[in-house]
Design a protein around this ligand. Structure first.
Ligand SMILES: Cc1cc2nc3c(=O)[nH]c(=O)nc-3n(C[C@H](O)[C@H](O)[C@H](O)COP(=O)(O)OP(=O)(O)OC[C@H]3O[C@@H](n4cnc5c(N)ncnc54)[C@H](O)[C@@H]3O)c2cc1C
Length: 371
């Protein structure tokens, strides 16, 4: 019998398994190989500041990714490219300055860039932008490969199996086997709801598109300042410009956010809207070849923060779920919080804003802890 079973080998489950194994626990990881957000997403390691708890998690995680970076395999494609938050007008510049101040409070350096400097940094951006906020410490990585490496590097062999049911300190597999452990970590992303009733998690569909290889054209992750509002919106369909230069020279273009659908099909009208928005920032995109478009589903909670920590009623069950569009960024701190709680150590940051209890009937307002 192992000390811990982790359900789900996406970036969250793999990070939790890695952290628990490094703490000396014997860890078993089971994953059903279902469509996963980790394989679909963008891998931007970004400091988002929608509220104090989100920023705290991003800030702590980015520090952890930087510490891990020298050990990551080349195929993990970690690259500290920095983010440019693009301002289209004076209002955006004011938002950029607010963001600069919020990041500074969390110890994250950033600088306002004027239009001339912006054009020098990214010559393909359209003329007439009002400037940008540059966050140099942001980075990118290739999350599916990093998730695999997190397991390999601590000697964990992934078991391909579907968990059919959970009981206190027991896991029932679809093939009839029963596994037991002191600690069970549920990191099954959007599909966790099939194993545990009452999880407040909804799907947020996103479209992405990738081009052929065009090396050397873009250096930073480019994001419009309105992206934050799109990312934190709790309803409706939204489109915001977000572009990443992959180490291959391919340009990865996003993104959309949609509720109320589980249909994975690429929707041409929405994809066209997303690309039109991208072309508004980078007119040269219209001359490039796209090679693939796809969709993925983010697992979103009502307040936009993940659920991290011990289940209040189920013996031996920990939750690491609902990371929406930030799970790659925030995986290391999620794992550090789980490790601290499992081992009874001092947590690396205040765990309260992420606890499942905030959604339970007697809890104070779910938004507590948010700015
Ligand atoms: C379009 C898009 C863009 C994104 N861009 C970014 C970004 O730039 N930066 C960022 O930080 N984040 C981004 N994200 C979010 C990020 O990808 C997710 O938050 C993160 O991957 C969630 O990881 P996870 O391990 O919780 O879930 P998943 O990756 O979904 O993994 C869950 C795993 O659980 C397994 N599983 C489920 N049910 C069972 C079961 N019953 N038994 C066994 N196994 C099971 C599945 O097979 C799966 O492998 C993006 C997401 C999308 C969709």
């Amino acid at each position: 019998m192992s000390d811990a079973i982790v359900i789900g080998a996406g970036i969250i489950g793999a990070s939790c398994a890695h952290a628990l194994a490094l703490a000396g626990l014997s860890v078993r990881v089971v994953d059903a190989g279902l469509p996963a957000a980790t394989a679909a997403g963008m891998g931007h390691l970004v400091s988002l500041d929608g509220n104090a708890a989100e920023l705290a998690l991003c800030s702590d995680s980015l520090t952890r990714w930087r510490a891990l970076a020298p050990s990551l395999p080349a195929s993990g494609a970690y690259h500290r490219c920095g983010t440019l938050w693009l301002a289209e007008n004076e209002d955006d510049l004011a938002t950029a300055d607010d963001k600069r101040a919020a990041l500074a409070m969390a110890g994250i350096g950033s600088e306002l860039i004027n239009p001339t400097r912006l054009a020098a940094l990214e010559p393909l951006l359209r003329p007439g932008l009002s400037g940008a906020l540059r966050v140099e410490s942001d980075a990118i990585l290739y999350a599916p490969r990093v998730a695999d490496w997190l397991l390999e590097s601590v000697g964990i062999t992934l078991e391909r199996a579907q968990v059919a049911a959970l009981e206190d300190q027991k896991v029932y597999l679809a093939d009839g086997r029963r596994l037991g452990a002191q600690v069970i970590v549920l990191a099954a992303g959007l599909q966790a709801g099939a194993l545990l009733e009452g999880l407040p998690i909804a799907a947020k569909k996103g479209h992405l598109l990738i081009t052929d290889r065009y090396p050397g054209r873009i250096s930073h992750q480019l994001v419009e300042l309105g992206y934050g509002a799109s990312a934190h919106s709790g309803q409706g369909t939204s489109v915001a410009f977000n572009l990443q230069a992959r180490p291959t020279g391919q340009l990865l273009i996003g993104s959309t956010r949609q509720f109320d659908t589980l249909d994975p099909c690429v929707e041409p009208a929405l994809l066209a809207r997303m690309l039109e928005r991208a072309r508004g920032y980078l007119p040269a995109l219209g001359e490039l070849n796209a090679i693939r478009a796809w969709t993925g589903f983010r697992a979103a909670t009502p307040d936009g923060l993940p659920i991290i920590g011990r289940h209040p009623e189920r013996e031996g069950l920990w939750l690491a779920l609902g990371h929406e569009g930030l799970g790659v960024t925030t995986a290391p701190s999620t794992a550090a919080l789980i490790r601290a709680e499992v081992l009874g150590e001092h947590p690396p940051l205040d765990p309260l804003p992420y606890r499942f209890e905030r959604f339970q009937a007697s809890a104070p307002a779910a938004a507590e802890g948010r700015r």
